[in-house]
Design a protein around this ligand. Structure first.
Ligand SMILES: Nc1ncnc2c1ncn2[C@@H]1O[C@H](COP(=O)(O)OP(=O)(O)O)[C@@H](O)[C@H]1O
Ligand SMILES: [Mg+2]
Length: 323
C-alpha cells in the first residue's frame, strides 16, 4: 500500500469509527440572549437520539443549527468532517415538523415524490423510479393504496405518516423530527409511538427526535439528551435517565412529564442520583406486565396510557399472557 492509499484507508477507518453526527460546543445568541450555550451531542449511525426538554429550551434552534439554517458558534460534523461550509441543501438531512406542511394541492403520491424531484443526485431520476420509491415508502409507513388520496382527506395520523414518507424518500443521512406527534390525538399518537421507531430501526435511520414529552422520548429513542435553558443537562439511555436523573431539574421534569394530568409537583427537596422522591415515584418504575409485543423486537403497553416503554421494560416472561 502506498502512502496515499494508507491515508485513504486511515480516513475510511476514522469515518467508520466516528460518530455519524457530532455537535461540538455549539452556541447561539438571539435577541441578545443565549439560546444555545456550549451544546455538545453525538449520534451514532442508525441511532435514534431524543432531545427532551420543556418548551423554549432551544430544541428547535439546535435542529436548525444542525440543518444548516441557523448561524452559530461551534461546529457540526458528519462522520468527522465539519459541515461549516456545506449549505442546508447539500447536507442530505431530512426534517419532519409537527404541522406536516404537506402541499394541499398535491395528492399523497406527489407529496412524497416532491423530495425526490428536489434532489437531483438521487437515483430516482425518472417518473417510473420515483413511483416505485413512493410505493415502497407508502408501504413502509402503512399507507399502501393512498397514492391518489388528496392530502386534505387524510386524518392527522395519516398526514404525519405521509410527511414521514416524504422526508425518508430521498434516503436522508440524518432524519430530524421536531415534535412530530404533538398535534395528534392519543390513539393515533400511541400507534405512531410504536410504528415510528419500528420504521426507523428497520431502515437503520440515524435520527434526532425532538419532544417535550417524556413518554415519547422513552418510547422512541436509544438515547435521551435532556435540555434545559439552552444546555444539555443529561445524556443517557432511556433506562439510565429514567432511573438516575442527573439533577433536580431532570428529576422534576421526568416527574411532571410522567404524571397523567395532575398539576406539577413540588421539586424533591433532596434530589440524589437514585432519588425516590415525588418525581421518581410519579414516573413508571417497572413494567406493568401488560405489555403486548406489537412486532418482533418492540414492546408497548396500552393501558390506560403507555406505562412502560420498549426501551426500558424488561422482557416479559415467555409464559406471561398478554393483557
Ligand atoms: N428569532 C428569534 N429571536 C429571539 N429569540 C428567539 C428567536 N427564535 C427563538 N427564540 C427564543 O429562543 C428560545 C428557544 O426557542 P426554540 O429553539 O424554538 O425552543 P423549543 O424548540 O425548545 O421550544 C426561546 O426562548 C425562543 O423564544
Ligand atoms: Mg420547538
Amino acid at each position: 500500500m502506498n502512502g496515499s492509499e494508507q491515508d485513504a484507508a486511515r480516513r475510511r477507518h476514522a469515518a467508520a469509527a466516528a460518530d455519524a453526527l457530532e455537535v461540538r460546543r455549539v452556541a447561539v445568541q438571539l435577541g441578545g440572549a443565549a439560546v444555545l450555550d456550549d451544546v455538545s451531542l453525538t449520534a451514532h449511525g442508525g441511532e435514534i437520539v431524543a432531545l427532551l426538554g420543556p418548551s423554549g429550551c432551544g430544541k428547535t434552534t439546535l435542529l436548525r443549527v444542525i440543518a444548516g439554517l441557523q448561524p452559530h458558534a461551534g461546529d457540526v460534523l458528519w462522520q468527522g468532517r465539519s459541515l461549516a461550509a456545506v449549505p442546508a441543501h447539500g447536507r442530505g438531512f431530512g426534517l419532519v415538523f409537527q404541522d406536516q406542511a404537506l402541499f394541499p394541492h398535491l395528492d399523497v403520491e406527489r407529496n412524497v415524490a416532491f423530495g425526490l424531484r428536489m434532489q437531483p443526485r438521487t437515483q430516482h431520476r425518472n417518473a417510473a423510479e420515483r413511483r416505485r420509491r413512493v410505493a415502497e415508502l407508502l408501504e413502509l409507513v402503512g399507507l399502501s393504496g393512498f397514492s391518489r388520496r388528496p392530502v386534505d382527506a387524510l386524518s392527522g395520523g395519516e398526514a404525519q405518516r405521509v410527511a414521514l414518507a416524504r422526508a425518508l424518500a430521498p434516503h436522508p443521512r440524518l432524519l430530524m423530527l421536531d415534535e412530530p406527534l404533538a398535534g395528534l390525538d392519543r390513539p393515533l399518537r400511541e400507534q405512531l409511538l410504536v410504528d415510528l421507531p419500528r420504521i426507523l430501526r428497520r431502515l437503520r435511520q440515524t435520527a434526532l427526535f425532538v419532544t417535550h414529552d417524556l413518554e415519547e422520548a422513552l418510547a422512541v429513542s436509544d438515547r435521551v439528551a435532556v435540555m434545559r435553558a439552552g444546555r444539555i443537562v443529561q445524556v443517557g439511555t432511556p433506562r439510565a435517565v429514567h432511573e438516575r436523573p442527573a439533577n433536580a431539574f431532570v428529576a422534576r421534569f421526568l416527574g411532571r412529564a410522567a404524571a397523567p394530568g395532575p398539576p406539577p409537583r413540588a421539586p424533591p427537596t433532596t434530589p440524589g442520583p437514585r432519588s425516590s422522591g415525588p418525581a421518581s415515584s410519579a414516573a413508571p418504575t417497572s413494567c406493568t406486565g401488560r405489555c403486548v409485543p406489537p412486532a418482533a423486537g418492540t414492546r408497548a403497553c396500552w393501558r390506560p396510557r403507555l406505562a412502560c416503554y420498549p426501551t426500558i421494560c424488561p422482557p416479559r416472561p415467555a409464559n406471561a399472557a398478554p393483557s
